[in-house]
Design a protein around this ligand. Sequence first.
Ligand code: SF4
Length: 358
Amino acid sequence: MNLFGTILLSWYQENKRLLPWRDTQDPYLIWISEIILQQTRVAQGYEYYLRFVRRFPDVKALAEADEDEVMRHWQGLGYYSRARNLHEAARSLPDGVFPRTYQGVRALKGVGDYTAAAICSFAYGMPYAVVDGNVYRVLARYFGIDTPIDSSLGKKTFAALAQEMLVKEHPADYNQAIMDFGALVCTPQSPGCMFCPLAESCSALAGGKISALPVKQHKTKQTDRYFNYLFVRMGNYTLIRKRTEDDIWKNLFEFPLLETDKDYAAEEFLRSDALSNFCQGHAETLVTPLSRGVKHVLSHRVIHANFYEIRLPESEAEKEFPGYLRVRLDDLDNYALPRLLHAFWEKHAKKDSDTCRM
Ligand code: SF4
């Protein structure tokens, strides 16, 4: 066993985090936990995981579920393509049987090298090394490697090194150990070098390069988008639509949206053609700004959101609104909304609608 692996394994025995998906070798449960944790911190993902597997305890239950229900159980986790891929992958498995080979696992929709290695090592004890952000950081610092981790050479170099360092007799524990170590000790900012068991042989510590490693060559480019949401109130009814386009939040529900090319001041927006077109044909329309300047950051986009309330007489709820669903406010929790809208609904509108019903 190499020194690096030996030290990590003994650190892990003392410091491992007790997490529900660590007590199982069920590949389905491990798959769900790994997909949830891909873009979500452990503390945040924990409750979601429990709720998700309580409702969908195995491949069959997930495959047979309605997509809207799957999305509703994912609501709040973001990166909704993960939920769609999980659902599609579950539906692709004959008789609900999870694959037993690395190639079979890797072929599942939404499963990349990292997830396949995690599932195969944790569930089946197969010798595949995981490489995620934590692993890149620990390896880059400990071995002092400045090849950019997002270059093709970097990916190859780190994948080969990770595989070389893997303790083949204990692949599950080793993989968990290096990831926990990166999350708890060798953290992106202020790593705990003073009490680090690898400190004596760490290249970055010796060379004063901790904050310079790992190296990334590209910064993620973000684009700004300006969303103006219309929260329509017709007594106890409102309007929503399903986002079916190939865009963020596909298959989630939202209030009527008017996207603009910049952030318009409220007075300007209230005078805009887009808004008057939306309100056309409806008598006694009262539009009020509810919440403005809400910033919602996604991986590649920054959403600048404004919310307006449009009050219409309750009798308008009888009319047709092509492209929209008319739903009761007290039924809105049954529709999966993006986190931005869910937060708005919880904070502003829900309180107001509860007050109105009293
Ligand atoms: S000494 Fe510091 S930089 Fe090196 S592995 Fe330990 S925590 Fe990471």
